[in-house]
Ligand binder design. Sequence first.
Ligand code: ADP
Ligand code: ZN
Length: 615
Amino acid sequence: MTHAACTDAPPTDSLHQRLKDVFGYDTFRLHQEEIIRHVVGGGDAFVLMPTGGGKSLCYQLPSLMRPGTAIVISPLIALMKDQVDALRHNGVAAACLNSSIPDEEARQTVADMRCGRLDLLYVAPERLVMDGFLNMLDSADIALFAIDEAHCISQWGHQFRPEYTQLSLIKRRFPGVPVLALTATADDATRKDIVAQLGIGGAPAFISSFDRPNIRYSAEYKQSAPRQLLAFLEAHRGESGIVYALSRRRVEEVAKALDEAGFSASAYHAGMPSERRTKVHNEFLGDRVDIVVATIAFGMGIDKPDVRFVVHYDMPKSIEGYYQETGRAGRDGLPAFGHLLWNMQDVVQAGRFIDEIADGEQRRVEAHKLNVMLGFADSMSCRRRALLGYFGEVLADDCGNCDVCDNPPETYDATIDAQKALSAVYRLGGRYGAGYVIDVLRGSGNERIAANGHDGLSVFGIGAELSKDAWSALVRQLVHRGYLLQDISDYSTLKLLDPAWPVLRGQESLTLAKPPAPRPKAERAAKPKSKAAMRLGPLGTELFEHLRALRRSLAGEENVPAYAVFSDATLVDMVERLPHSEHEMLSVNGVGQAKLERYGELFLDAIVEWEQKSA
Ligand code: ADP
Ligand code: ZN
């Protein structure tokens, strides 16, 4: 049960050498080095790293440094093939066993393993616990067990898989073999459960920050969602990204609109035939389609490191979901974007679903989660602080990489404006929604107002000096801060809450964010530059695209995901270093020996060809 000390851990040089030779990387990330040294030395470990943090390397590298085969337990058959492809491209002997593998190939894999020719073997948990398989393992040399997505073992976690609970037999049956449990999602209860169930209670926990500093979070209030989406995507043409929408119908509509606007986009949702879904998935991985517009059915299994943006076209129901979905962007560590489009209608709609939940406790929890999500969307302070705060992590400073940090809202003494809005709600008896209240404040010629005689109210027209947008921003803040209730159980009508009274009576003043002034046309038209363009300049971006095209065609020929050839991060580094020899090519981050042999010449030629063309 105890883990061996790292006495026989390898010298640092040989670790770094392997990192460079095989994976082509110069440095370790987060706790990778500590973990790897610990496991190579024979220790068990619990690893908590955010998505994209680089968990795989924590067992892949040790599998090369320890005698025998590493057994990787992974719940996603679809992912195994991609991982194995990527490893083989790095010259690592990897294979997988699952229901989709033909018998002949499976027999070969077992034979390879028996004679010590296999570094890594990926299996599904169902397979691992089969008697025949366990007997085979008894007579084989095992380097380590890695349990990926380890939270699936716990009923506390949100993706419990019953077949995972049987994995507790590993430590009993193979007490001397290191066990590595890896996950990206684990609160304290889940974490304790994982190590207890796996019988590795004494193992150290390596916990990395949840922060994803390369993702820029931003949110925009939806006025005209299609236009806003196009404006965002315009700055990201040619990049890989995901647009999440709430319903299948919406997914189809958005995909169509993007297609008409000349984007390479495909729809993906659970209502489509599975062949079609697989096709879209593969085209996305192969860079043959840039944007997938999807419901959250497009989730587990998107292991594409160079997703540059994730847009939410509708507000997700919880921060957990939102964080997991945006986490699919920028796994390669390069700049990436998480952009949220939302409005009060989204909140109202989500609220309706919650109202239908029969169980009172669950309803309360869901309503709370939705409220926290709303708080994030409507945040007037650093979004990363809000996000990490939700996961119990405190940032020392504002992040400097979110829309609020870039453009902090100006605040002003909003007492008088708030009083106007609150009195209008009061005068209207709490029976009207925000749009109507604002029309009354602005003295609109709305017929319904006249018919109801509300044009005779003292509050009619007292807010004519502010725009609709300004009023709705103010009303949102009042809702958000608990002065007004937007009653989702009653047609979203606005109602006064108790804290409104001291404000109305002038006993309390209120500081709120100034509503954003309407942007001048010129600025609206100015197009933000894409990240590649920002980092590489126009010429560099051209070369980058040239190399990407080569990558796409190679990946297509070999039928592997594009990143199995080279990641975006590697291509960017290639553009910056402009290698002209094999030796220089090897210095590029992500180019190891195997890839140098396989692709080095092709990419060196492509660089020269491009240089001649643009000279
Ligand atoms: P996770 O499983 O934690 O979500 P992965 O293991 O898939 O993350 O790694 C995410 C990406 O980061 C992959 O493209 C991987 O090749 C890359 N990566 C991992 N470790 C390093 C490193 N030390 N240097 C550079 N890139 C790395
Ligand atoms: Zn910030």
